[in-house]
Design a protein around this ligand. Structure first.
Ligand SMILES: Nc1ncnc2c1ncn2[C@@H]1O[C@H](COP(=O)(O)OP(=O)(O)OP(=O)(O)O)[C@@H](O)[C@H]1O
Length: 327
């Protein structure tokens, strides 16, 4: 469904070259639900904009839905749906009419557009708001309408750029549920970008981790976590000295463990941490090191990112949005 080779895009900002996407090789098969995950500025939107023909690659090739993005952009556009970041100003049309206009813009007959709009209003749970003007819809409803608009012409492939940005956690979960259902009901191949770790983890069958314009990992969330991150055991002690002794003891018990000590806290990363914890606690007990508290956490995609780059995706996303842009 998508095949890119060495896809690259540079921008020139104040005589400096920004390498937004550098030699991206990506394959997405029919029916997949893939998330491009990365911090702000990683190159996710630029990749999506090249795949949807909104931006010409500097070099490399991309074939989308069987057409080349540079040689046949119209052919690509006819076969895909694209939902960009946010939709700006409110609209004075009713939601259902907006959908019908969109269908007509794609050359559908009134009857076909109406039938398809009804179907999408049903699958995206828009029945209660379909006759309201768009500007009066909530963020979550608006986002669902955006998705319906992107799907009106029944594209084989749907691109969603940061679909849940700006939504509260409940609406985000709700949107994820709708995306999953759409996939199940309509079999549309979907590629979405996100910097929400939980969203990528729960929604996508495959996560492509992008950093500095390159793919640094590409697999199912479960396999990424198994390959790149262990469980995290966090221990608290009453005194720093105890944490120090516990660290030495832990390294003797848990071979291959990675430890990090901050004051009275000791963090241990290791595969199978949950099963190892009782053994560790027995070891500390034997050495007369009293443990104040213990917590075992399964790895997250953030741990994967941390392991691959030495940086946390959470911190990067929190401090987002200060990059320069030019047209
Ligand atoms: N039109 C542009 N002009 C100049 N630089 C740009 C332009 N668009 C993107 N960039 C730069 O390219 C890099 C990648 O940006 P891009 O928007 O693709 O990242 P992203 O991963 O989608 O981030 P976000 O999560 O913030 O949307 C950034 O350094 C950005 O500043």
């Amino acid at each position: 469904m998508i095949r890119t080779s060495g896809l690259t895009r540079h921008f020139t900002v104040k005589k400096r070259t920004v390498e937004a996407v550098r030699g991206l090789d990506l394959t997405v098969d029919e029916g997949e639900l893939v998330a491009l995950l990365g911090p702000n500025g990683a190159g996710k939107s630029t990749t999506l904009r090249m795949l949807t023909t909104l931006l010409r690659p500097t070099s490399g090739t991309a074939e989308v839905a069987g057409r080349d993005v540079t040689r046949d952009p119209r052919g690509v556009r006819a076969r895909i749906g694209y939902i960009g970041q946010g939709n700006g100003a409110g609209h004075s049309q009713r939601a259902r009419d907006e959908l019908l206009s969109q269908g007509r813009a794609y050359g559908m007959t009134v009857a076909a557009a109406r039938a398809r709009a009804d179907e999408l209003v049903g699958s995206l749970d828009l029945g209660a708001v379909a006759d309201r003007v768009v500007s009066s819809l909530s963020g979550g409803q608006r986002r669902r309408l955006d998705i319906a608009m992107g799907l009106i012409h029944a594209p084989e492939l749907l691109f969603l750029d940061e679909p849940s940005t700006g939504l509260d956690p409940q609406n985000r979960a709700n949107l994820a549920e709708h995306v999953r259902r759409l996939r199940a009901e309509q079999g549309t191949t979907m590629v979405l970008t996100t910097h929400y770790l939980e969203e990528a983890d729960q929604l996508a069958e495959r996560v492509v981790v992008i950093d500095h314009g390159r793919v640094i990992a590409d697999d199912t969330p479960a396999r990424l976590k198994a390959a790149h991150a262990g469980d995290r055991i966090t221990l608290e002690f009453d005194h720093e000295q105890e944490a120090e002794r516990a660290e030495a003891r832990a390294l003797g018990i848990a071979e291959g463990a990675q430890t990090e000590r901050t004051g009275t806290r000791l963090e241990i990363r290791i595969d199978g941490g949950a099963r190892l914890t009782p053994k560790l606690l027995r070891g500390f007990d034997e050495a007369h090191i009293p443990v104040a508290s213990v917590e075992v956490a399964r790895p997250t995609l953030d741990d994967v990112f941390l392991n691959l780059t030495g940086r946390s995706l959470r911190e990067e996303s929190a401090g987002a949005g200060t990059q320069e842009r030019a047209a």
